[in-house]
Design a binder for this molecule. Structure first.
Ligand code: ADE
Length: 237
């Protein structure tokens, strides 16, 4: 049986290039789910591929970025498609010393949260999390990439307390879904691999703040993400 790979992505704009380049077809909405997670399916390099998106907010008309809908998207797609591997693909912020715009970051270390702080014994470690990844150097053969700590929170900005936590954990990629997807994959005992492309430098305070950088670089980073995903999917045996 061919390997089933589930790719969780938050934003439609991040996913468009890979959906088009793989020629995936959109699946009908699952009537059992209260909430629509747009899903795209097809075959590539001898693998069955499903991409599941966080979907759009009916109230606000924007992509439901962040941890809640990433976890719901992941769990419902696991139940429906029983994947062998889950990839969380998306964009991230990074310190300028670590990575340039559109660089690819993955991780061979546990994924953590940087804005989930509970200073009570036991709860503190639970809140920060440490969810495993299934990084294999062979998956990235011939692909320029940087392995580092991926750190998740529900905000695009970075208040001082978040910066402190990110630095304490030696975070390389700051983003908004990875730990939630990794936690869900871990719950079901499924291998998990993050692949992130940099849209903004979180330490540069020039005329463009990181929100503007994110918008300016989203298309370039999503294109690079798509090229990288195609090469990783080809490398996976
Ligand atoms: N996604 C892309 N850039 C980000 C940032 N700076 N913070 C959180 N998520 C991001």
């Amino acid at each position: 049986m061919s390997k089933r790979i589930l790719i969780i992505m938050a934003m439609a704009a991040e996913a468009r290039p890979i959906i088009d380049q793989l020629g995936l077809h959109e699946l009908p909405a699952n009537p059992q789910l209260q909430s629509h997670f747009p899903r795209f399916q097809g075959e590539f390099a001898g693998k069955e591929i499903v991409i599941s998106l966080n979907g759009k907010s009916t109230e606000y008309g924007v992509d439901r970025i962040g941890t809640e809908f990433a976890a719901l998207s992941t769990q419902s797609a696991i139940v429906e498609f029983a994947p062998d591997l889950i990839i969380n693909a998306g964009t991230c912020g990074a310190f300028s010393a670590d990575a340039d715009i559109a660089d690819i970051i993955t991780s061979d270390q546990p994924v953590v949260y940087h804005d989930h702080r509970v200073p009570l014994k036991g709860f503190d470690r639970f809140a920060m999390g440490a969810y495993p990844t299934a990084y294999c150097p062979e998956y990235f053969q011939g692909i320029e990439h940087k392995p580092g700590v991926i750190t998740t929170g529900n905000s695009l900005d970075m208040p001082d307390i978040d910066r402190q936590w990110i630095m304490q954990n030696q975070g390389m990629a700051k983003e908004m879904e990875c730990a939630a997807v990794a936690a869900t994959a871990h719950l079901y005992g499924i291998d998990f691999l993050p692949i992130k492309s940099v849209t903004d430098h979180i330490d540069i305070d020039i005329e463009l703040d990181n929100v503007e950088q994110f918008l300016n670089n989203l298309s370039k980073a999503s294109q690079k993400l798509s090229e990288t995903l195609i090469r990783v999917l080809t490398n996976i045996k």
